[in-house]
Design a protein around this ligand. Structure first.
Ligand code: GLC
Length: 427
């Protein structure tokens, strides 16, 4: 292999992990966007591979890719309205078509019917809205001639790795400050084959504040549970990514939309485990956002206006699930999210911390309560409204003396700071 040019980087100029991750932990909620040639076919972003569409035929989509209503300001505005704090978009998905102006291939939106660098517009729009900017980049590439050959052919591997590193360098050099680099599918190489270490070293030399996910096969800054909310080991930052229906890209036949309540439930579970939620939208062929996504995200945003303090920047909760809900925790307060509303009285068992004050976060109403520790731990709340004060999910704030702790035993192993995300059956 040719002598490797080590990028010049003063590593002491890279902020510590705690400094870099701070805004992202507080952000809690982000938007994912899947848009590409596959959007035109409207079935699946894996369509080229799943239907074995010949490359020459698939490439013709570029001539039809007009993106005439692609307006990333509308994405960024929607994200802000939804209470999301950062936006991550596909710069190149597995199909290999680039939405950014790369010098390394002609297969790009600049040369398509659209004739635009969509990522440039996207980056400007996201920053203008004051949100964090993230680039998704698929390492797997079905279009590049060496994308699969690299597995068995060393010369091909060198060419393909040079291509990949070159494109990532372009993304890190030509679009101003980038906050997140979100790799995807590193097939078919291993970390050594990709030189992932050198790749990410280069990325950090160009973007010292950046956060990098774990999909270049190195752990880097955060883990990425997909289509499920699952807390990772304590002290590991994580972000669950989920689709709003079943498909990442626009799919005209997929009507399996999550309800607002479902999305809030995912958000609660993420916040409860000290993680982030990355909720996806798949713009239509022309670039507009499906109305189903717009409506849901706006409703989530409205709910967050009132309940945001129970969602953003939460600690990993040392609390349990109760009938009808689970809680998030910050400081001395546990926020109990009522997925089911049982009426004017509610009892929570197992709270070991002394409760000082209870109020309905949803309305501000103070709530009467009694708390016993002997013979059993019960917090009984009375005088609550008969009907849920929120159409999706009301929240009750419970302030304790010290950090809220709740233990309900029954064979459950409860260790300080370690909590399996129970109540998943509820949310
Ligand atoms: C999977 C899919 C890909 C999607 C990604 C999002 O890796 O292969 O299509 O973009 O999940 O996390």
């Amino acid at each position: 292999m040719a002598e490797k040019k080590q990028p010049q980087v003063a590593t002491d100029s890279i902020p510590s992990f705690m400094q870099r991750i701070d805004w992202w932990r507080k952000a809690t909620f982000g938007m994912f966007i899947h848009y590409g040639l596959y959007s035109l076919l409207g079935r699946h972003e894996w369509i080229m591979n799943r239907e074995r569409i010949p490359l020459a035929e698939y490439e013709k989509l570029a001539a039809k890719f007009t993106a005439e209503n692609f307006d990333p300001r509308s994405y960024a505005r929607l994200a802000r309205e939804a209470g999301m704090k950062y936006v991550i978009m596909t710069t190149k998905h597995h199909e290999g078509f680039c939405l950014f102006d790369t010098a390394l291939t002609d297969y790009k939106s600049v040369n398509s019917a659209a004739g635009r660098d969509l990522i440039r517009e996207f980056a400007d729009a996201v920053r203008a809205e004051g949100l964090g900017l993230g680039f998704y980049y698929s390492m797997m590439d079905w279009h590049h001639p060496d994308g699969a050959r690299c597995l068995h052919d060393e010369a091909a591997r060198q060419r393909f790795v040079e291509y990949t590193h070159g494109q990532v360098r372009e993304l890190m050099s030509n679009y101003g400050k980038v906050d997140i680099l979100w790799y995807d599918v590193p097939w078919p190489l291993k970390p050594d084959g990709w030189d992932s270490l050198g790749l990410n070293y280069m990325v950090r030399s160009l973007q010292p504040h950046i956060l990098i996910n774990n999909r270049s096969l190195l752990p880097e800054d955060f883990g990425t549970p997909e289509q499920k909310v699952e807390a990772m080991a304590p002290y590991r930052a994580w972000e669950a990514c989920l689709t709003m229906n079943d498909t990442w890209c626009w799919n005209y036949a997929d009507h399996n939309w999550k309800s607002v309540k479902d999305i809030l439930g995912l958000l609660v579970q993420s916040a409860r485990g000290g993680g982030n939620l990355l909720m996806n939208i798949g713009p239509k062929p022309d670039g507009t956002v499906p109305q189903e996504s717009v409506e849901r995200l706006q409703a989530v945003g409205k709910w967050l206006e009132r309940h945001g303090e129970a969602i953003y920047a939460m600690e990993r909760a040392r609390t349990e699930w109760n009938a009808g809900g689970v809680s998030t925790v910050k400081g001395n307060v546990m926020y109990y999210h009522c997925r089911n509303w049982f009426g004017s009285e509610l009892t929570l068992g197992g709270i070991e911390s002394k409760v000082r004050r209870v109020w309905l976060l949803t309305t501000g109403q103070e709530v009467d309560f009694t708390q016993t520790f002997e013979p059993t731990q019960q917090l009984k709340m009375r005088g609550l409204p008969e009907e849920s004060p929120d159409e999706h999910m009301a929240v009750i704030a419970i302030e304790c003396e010290g950090s809220p702790r709740q233990r309900l035993g029954a064979g459950h192993v409860w260790l300080d700071g370690v909590l399996p995300l129970e109540g998943a059956g509820i949310f």
